[in-house]
Ligand binder design. Structure first.
Ligand SMILES: [Zn+2]
Length: 352
């Protein structure tokens, strides 16, 4: 992802001109101690970890199959009529798209970038690791460039060398992604799952995704006919991509340029799981930034530990509000970004 100097300048000015209750040294120390304990446990139980990883991947494919074969076929057979078919197609297309996003973020982030899905050195682990880090190609995502950018994001967080700089994003870069087929076309450069120009790796992802989704659509056509397939086909490239863009827009936006206080956690409630891409996605992003060496299920444990350490003010800064959760956060970020741009952009760019 390209770093925009104007957004970097806005992020610096925002951080300098707004009060923020950072995690204090004692809180950080406690999180690190707990993180180290979790990491030791993870390294000491490689077989159990591999079984958990396998279950996570298996459950995504199983639920996908359940939705489009079992549930959709049962619904269409039980409730006859065009509207039932259309409803079933919307549900199936939406759910498949979200599951592809869930699989993709797990594969890209925890697999390709952090090598945490199957981290062992045995032949089985290496083969499983290769497959799991390339699963993202089923939804046309490209793991090699993502991995390099993402690790710089951790190592150089909040600096000009952070190649996933997200601490200030002009909202128009988010909105442009919402145009039709934004997951394929570069209306903006606010994306991470593909490269800005075609490479051998991105072409491989495109080919694998075309074959996989082509087979999927062929099966839908055989089972449900043309109308169902067209609706599902129109939804598939959009829903998961839109959710992914919303996640990245809100993870660090308007947060401090400092790793231990620079991320929000959406949590493991409804909004966190939906936007975060499931429990193996990134619902607990603050915990991940503080201790990047532990897998997703331990991030959830660490997240709950961190929540217990936070003051009332810190909870408001780092976590979602109950019920209104993500929509309220998104609205607050959009309103604040627009307001800050109106009141401060000319001063920031004039070098004041
Ligand atoms: Zn990461």
């Amino acid at each position: 992802m390209k770093v925009h100097p104007d957004e970097f300048a806005m992020a610096c000015e925002y951080a300098n001109s707004h009060d923020f209750e950072h995690l204090n040294p004692e809180q950080i120390h406690q999180v690190m101690v707990r993180g180290r304990e979790l990491h030791k446990w993870f390294r000491a139980h490689p077989h159990l970890h591999a079984a958990i990883s396998l279950s996570a991947i298996g459950s995504i494919f199983a639920v996908d199959w359940l939705v489009w074969i079992a549930l959709a076929r049962w619904f269409v057979a039980t409730v006859p009529g065009s509207w039932a078919l259309i409803l079933a197609a919307i549900f199936t297309g939406t759910f498949h798209s979200w599951l592809a996003y869930s699989l993709s973020i797990y594969s890209l982030h925890e697999g390709a970038a952090h090598n945490l899905i199957f981290p062992g050195r045995s032949p089985f682990s290496r083969a499983a690791s290769f497959l799991s880090t390339n699963m993202c190609r089923l939804s046309a995502a490209e793991p090699e460039c993502y991995s390099a950018c993402h690790m710089a994001h951790h190592a150089k967080f909040g600096t000009k060398d952070d190649t996933e700089f997200l601490n200030f994003i002009f909202p128009r870069r988010l909105w442009l992604n919402f145009l039709p087929l934004g997951s394929f076309f570069n209306y903006t450069d606010f994306f991470v799952h593909r490269t800005s120009a075609y490479t051998r790796s991105s072409a491989t992802s495109g080919l694998i995704a075309a074959i996989y989704n082509g087979l999927y659509l062929f099966m839908l056509y055989r089972f449900f006919g043309l109308l169902f397939t067209v609706i599902a086909f129109l939804l598939m490239p959009h829903i998961g991509f839109y959710v992914d863009r919303l996640r990245q827009f809100t993870e660090h936006n308007l947060m401090p340029l400092e790793n231990n206080s620079g991320a929000r956690s959406l949590g493991v409630g409804f909004w966190g799981l939906l936007i975060g891409g499931g429990p193996w996605g990134q619902p607990c992003h603050l915990a991940h930034h503080m201790v990047a060496s532990i897998p997703w299920y331990q991030q959830i444990i660490l997240h709950r530990y961190i929540v217990g350490l936070l003051t009332v003010t810190q909870r408001k800064q780092f976590l979602l509000k109950p019920i209104v959760g993500f929509p309220a956060l998104l609205w607050a970020i959009l309103r604040e970004s627009n307001h800050f741009t109106r009141t401060s952009a000319s001063r920031v760019f004039a070098g004041d």
